[in-house]
Write a protein that binds this ligand. Structure first.
Ligand code: KMH
Ligand code: ZN
Length: 288
């Protein structure tokens, strides 16, 4: 039986606090400065998150893949928390593929790796095979643990091809995240999520899910009930409940943690998350 067929005893909660799509001008509470990102990381760790998925912004609050900004964010979050630090290699839909490969230079613990091209609203989120393959191999060589982002069922099949071509990722675990509800990708429905879970390669050791926008809560409930882990955060959803905009990412993490406790799958500690994902310890100070 595939290991993911058995429910995990705890819940890995990922926070994706910023993303590349929202504008600071429209959403002043979006963490975009280094100070705001660190403050968010600290509060979300306290609320139950164990992994942070980071997109970095520049001094004008615009998405950037500039190495100095990325390195500063990784170092500052690593210094202030024990969170697993994951950098996005998806960036924004406008980032060139070559720049997205340079993300690994910032030495994150983990990186996202999207397993195929998808329509993304009116834009296209480009992930051709050559790029995925190169990123996979570079992550292996640099001992960075990839998280496979699956926006569509075809992406699950592409993960099979990556594993067949290149073997297991660094760390020996295979963690995937279903990103549902992107206009152009798989819908944020329980049926679509379960179809994806049923297709997962046997090598997959854990999976999480997020629903964009109003799919947020249904996908959270579906993932928890099916033994999956959770991703929340303002990258994916800025509405806490009807008529109430999220004022801080820790509200979303706290609600996910409460639901996980009710479901008797309490949040994993950062140490447990590191174990689950096979993360190399890059912290310079002793673990808390
Ligand atoms: N911003 C999206 C175009 C990732 O972080 O790897 C891509 C994205 C996926 O958010
Ligand atoms: Zn992202």
């Amino acid at each position: 039986m595939s290991p993911v067929a058995t429910a995990s005893a705890g819940t890995l909660i990922t926070v994706a606090p910023t993303g590349a799509e929202h504008a600071k001008a429209d959403l002043p509470q979006l963490p975009t400065t280094l100070e705001e990102v660190v403050e968010t990381a600290v509060r979300c760790e306290a609320a139950g998150a164990s992994l942070i998925h980071l997109h970095v912004r520049d001094a004008a609050h615009a998405p950037t893949l500039d190495g100095a900004y990325l390195r500063a964010a990784v170092d500052a979050v690593r210094e202030a928390t024990d969170l697993v630090v994951q950098l996005s290699t998806g960036g924004s839909v406008h980032d060139p593929l070559e720049a997205r490969l340079t993300v690994l230079d910032a030495e994150p613990d983990s990186c996202s790796l999207t397993c195929g091209t998808t329509n993304f609203g009116d834009d296209v989120f480009l992930n051709p095979w050559g790029f995925m393959s190169e990123l996979y191999v570079q992550a292996q060589e640099r001992e960075v643990v990839p998280e496979f982002e699956l926006f569509d069922l075809g992406h699950v099949h592409a993960l099979r091809r990556l594993l067949d071509t290149h073997g297991l990722p660094f760390g020996g675990r295979v963690h995937v995240d279903f990103v549902t509800g992107v206009p152009g990708g798989m819908p944020a429905t329980t049926a679509a999520l379960m179809a994806g879970v049923a297709m997962l390669p046997d090598e997959v050791t854990s999976w999480s899910a997020t629903g964009i926008g109003r799919g947020h809560l249904p996908i959270m409930a579906a993932a928890l009930s099916a033994g999956g882990h959770l991703r929340v955060g303002m990258e994916d959803n800025v509405v806490f409940r009807r008529g109430q905009v999220v004022s801080h990412n820790d509200e979303l993490v706290s609600r996910a943690a409460e639901l996980a406790v009710v479901m008797q799958r309490p949040p994993l500690s950062t140490a447990q998350a590191r174990e689950l994902l096979g993360i190399k310890d890059r912290r310079s100070r002793p673990a808390a």
